[in-house]
Design a protein around this ligand. Structure first.
Ligand SMILES: Nc1nc2c(c(=O)[nH]1)N[C@H]1C(S)=C(S)[C@@H](COP(=O)(O)OP(=O)(O)OC[C@H]3O[C@@H](n4cnc5c(=O)[nH]c(N)nc54)[C@H](O)[C@@H]3O)O[C@H]1N2
Ligand SMILES: Nc1nc2c(c(=O)[nH]1)N[C@H]1C(S)=C(S)[C@@H](COP(=O)(O)OP(=O)(O)OC[C@H]3O[C@@H](n4cnc5c(=O)[nH]c(N)nc54)[C@H](O)[C@@H]3O)O[C@H]1N2
Ligand code: SF4
Ligand SMILES: [Mo]
Length: 688
């Protein structure tokens, strides 16, 4: 066989770097960065070393499998689809279409974003759930209400100051929602070269904090208090952008009244940051022109995260840093088709009354409905490209809830903690075996890039879009389907961009919009009910929430030291993600595990010495929810009292400790259902 080279994109994480994949005559694969892709300009992260092994791994799901009393048994595709159609048909007949939920993971690929969406819509269900309560969507909800856009991205190349707030892009490779990085790993060096000031607001001395000019160490979940106190200082000292505030915002007077009590002294205890530092931070942000904030996932997995992001959005508006060069900018982005095409009113979805502002059903609403025996609970769930058993808080209860489904169908490429619970497991082609695409935003314009099949499908694995169409056909739900396989899906999705598949195939990267235009609000205002930036949010008020952000306990209930100590859990636990992996994926891939074989718990030497723990010891971490065993790593990057636990292990293919066994699910953010994975009580003891 002759060798072949393909330009494609990596879909291990949302950054979706351009890659060049070479398949040699003997079938071996090598991967490097694509110099022609604006995102990474030839660079890529070490995780691409896993690609050949992910494709060839013996662990890959190769055939459909049905759970029987004897365990999982191989079935043909036709048997699998017949079985699924029969179960889903019965459930629809008996409990109605709302009894189906579709559970999707972080949309690292558009195949992941879209798989089974059309099917669920055609079935008649608006119940879309997944990882959204923990990632990005809490931030989007806050931004949308206040600024009318889901996210104003940092305009790194023109700014004078960056606040990295709850984000660690040097580890996550995530500098913005989709913003073009113009060379992966080059943003910080370019900011340094230009002398741009960088401040990191983080409880942990992260890789980004270590590169910043200043590290503001905050207590986990103290961000609402910090935001409110910064707004207080900026208004008190008249440091806001008067022209922008008068012309383009609403609710300033109500905001000014509201924050009067929230002085830096008030915030000092809640944030652990000295009042003087808060004052200086507010002054620096308000007076450095222009300035930008990159707020990250550090603000999502906490019970007061949405209000923290509301304060961030207000700060951006108050200082006039919205949609201006060097500020936070609504970047150009290609308009695509939306799915499902057959929609059911979102008001009919599960949990709407409790979470009316959230864009989908927060997973806790599904979980509690399942566990409570509610009449209107989901009876069937289709999990696609997601691992809910491992990623959601309180693993034991999550698994109990998943087991309560009358029919659980899971589509994945590997066996996982979730496939283990399924009635039917479907092997799906990986991103390297099928076409795909991505839309990116950038200052130069919104563009598309193509993902290509570089090897034939593994085993009997199939395209998710073929599978869902075949299932729809069996249930007679296919009449309105706009696609029937991967290519027809792709063509349907990119149709509004005006770019054809043929052009994308030929050119690989194609711009769909003109370059960025700033201050678009001067023409059409902002996309909020009043057309202004709404400090006082009528969107929140309409749905019965406080129109202004308020401080509430980050873990739902107060976790003060005396209380936790009294309960036998004197430490606070937080979550950490190793740069070597993405989420729960690929702990079975040696190219990645050889440099990071075990999940670690990171603790301060003082906490370690009080417990006789040395670096590398096996330790047991316990919380009121359960206990796990990990290896200890001593570090002064944290402070005494706070330990950090690696996330992502716990699949049957690795058999190691899963942090979410420890995390409580009793409390969550009232807007997003975000659970406090970033703050829970625990204790640690030596097992060595
Ligand atoms: N404690 C703690 N919990 C967390 C986090 C944390 O940091 N700490 N992070 C949270 C965040 S931000 C997120 S986004 C979520 C992530 O939540 P998920 O998105 O559910 O996590 P993944 O591990 O990426 O799960 C994706 C699944 O898709 C499978 N897969 C990979 N490629 C393909 C494919 O081509 N097709 C199909 N069908 N499947 C595929 C993988 O094998 C894997 O099982 O976890 C959240 N949970
Ligand atoms: N290697 C790798 N890259 C990834 C992923 C991965 O799993 N592995 N996941 C991808 C996904 S789905 C996401 S969502 C992004 C996330 O990428 P980022 O948005 O950069 O978020 P994190 O990497 O979670 O970093 C969050 C930072 O917030 C800090 N933090 C924790 N709690 C708090 C708090 O209460 N307040 C403040 N101010 N800071 C806090 C943490 O210490 C951490 O340094 O990364 C993506 N990239
Ligand atoms: S940062 Fe790494 S894992 Fe993410 S898309 Fe780029 S090369 Fe792939
Ligand atoms: Mo995420």
């Amino acid at each position: 066989m002759e060798g072949k080279t393909y330009r494609s994109i990596c879909q291990f994480c949302h950054t979706n770097c351009g890659i060049v994949v070479h398949r040699s005559g003997d079938g071996s694969i090598s991967v490097k960065g694509d110099p022609g892709h604006p995102m990474n300009r030839g660079r890529c992260c070490p995780k691409v070393a896993a690609i050949p092994e992910v494709i060839a791994s013996e662990d890959r799901l190769k055939v459909p499998m049905r759970k029987t009393s004897r365990g999982f048994e191989k079935v043909s595709w036709n048997q699998a689809l017949e079985f699924a159609a029969e179960r889903l048909g019965e459930i629809r007949e008996r409990f109605g279409p709302l009894s189906l939920a579709r559970c999707g993971g972080a949309p690292v690929s558009y195949q992941c974003r879209d798989g089974f969406l059309e099917f669920t819509g055609a079935f008649g269900s608006p119940n879309f759930t997944g990882a959204a309560n923990l990632c990005m969507v809490p931030r989007m909800t806050a931004f949308m209400a206040i600024t009318g856009g889901i996210r104003a991205e940092p305009d790194y190349d023109h700014t004078g100051l960056v606040l990295f707030w709850g984000s660690d892009p040097l580890t996550s490779e995530r500098f913005g929602s989709y913003a073009a990085y113009n060379g992966l790993g080059q943003i910080i060096p370019r900011l340094k070269e230009r002398g741009t000031r960088m401040i990191s607001i983080d409880p942990f001395h992260s890789r980004t904090a270590a590169q910043a000019d200043e590290w503001v160490r905050i207590k986990p979940g103290g961000d609402v208090a910090l935001g409110l106190a910064m707004i207080h200082v900026i208004i008190r000292e008249s440091l806001y952008d008067r022209g922008f505030v008068e012309a383009h915002t609403s609710g300033f007077d109500a905001l000014a009244d509201h924050v009067q009590a929230f002085t830096p002294q008030w915030a000092e205890i809640l944030t652990g940051i000295p009042a003087k530092t808060i004052e200086n931070l507010a002054r620096t942000y308000a007076t450095t022109k222009p300035a930008t904030i990159y707020e990250g996932n550090g603000l999502d997995m906490i019970a007061n995260g949405v209000d923290a992001v509301r304060t961030v959005a207000i700060l951006i508006g108050l200082t006039g840093n919205l949609d201006v060069p060097g500020g936070n900018v609504f970047m150009p982005f290609a308009q695509q088709s939306s799915l499902p095409t057959q929609t059911v009113s979102r008001e009919r979805r599960l949990g709407y009354e409790q979470f009316p502002l959230f864009m989908e059903v927060p997973f806790p609403a599904v979980k509690e409905a399942l566990l409570s025996e509610e009449e209107g609970r989901p009876r069937a769930m289709i999990v696609h490209h997601c691992n809910p058993a491992l990623i959601q808080a309180n693993e034991k209860r999550t698994k109990q809830a998943l087991r309560k489904c009358d029919f659980l169908m899971v589509a994945d490429i590997f066996p996982t903690a979730t496939t283990a619970l399924a009635d039917l497991v479907l092997p799906i082609q990986s991103d390297f075996e099928s076409f795909g695409y991505r839309a990116y935003s950038s200052t130069e314009g919104g563009f598309l890039a193509l993902a290509r099949p570089v090897v034939p499908p593994v085993g009997e694995s199939r395209s998710v879009f073929e599978v869902e169409y075949a299932l729809a056909e069996k249930l007679g739900l296919h009449q309105e389907y706009p696609f029937h396989d991967t290519l027809s899906w792709l063509k349907h999705m990119i149709q509004p961009t005006g770019i054809s598949f043929e052009q994308l195939d030929k050119e690989q990267v194609v711009y769909a919009t003109p370059p960025v235009r700033y201050r678009k609000y001067q023409e059409g205002g902002f996309n909020t009910p009043s057309g202004k930036v709404e400090f006082y949010s009528t969107v929140f008020e309409d749905k019965g929430y406080d129109p202004l952000p308020v401080y509430s306990e980050p873990a739902g209930e107060p976790l003060d030291e005396a209380l936790c100590y009294g309960r036998g859990f004197p430490l606070l636990g937080c979550t950490k993600r190793p740069a070597q992996f993405v989420h729960t994926k690929f702990r079975n891939i040696e190219a990645l595990t050889k440099s990071y074989p075990d999940p670690l718990v990171w603790l301060h030497p003082q906490d370690a010495s009080e417990r006789d723990i040395a670096d590398g010891n096996d330790v047991e971490v316990s919380s009121p929810r359960g206990q796990i065993t990990l290896k200890a790593r001593l570090t002064k990057d944290t402070q005494p009292g706070y330990i950090w636990i690696d996330f992502g292990w716990g699949n049957p293919t690795d058999g190691k400790a899963s942090i979410n066994i420890l995390v409580d699910d009793a409390n969550f953010d009232p807007v997003s259902g975000g659970t406090p994975h970033r703050l829970f009580e625990c204790e640690i003891c030596n097992k060595s």
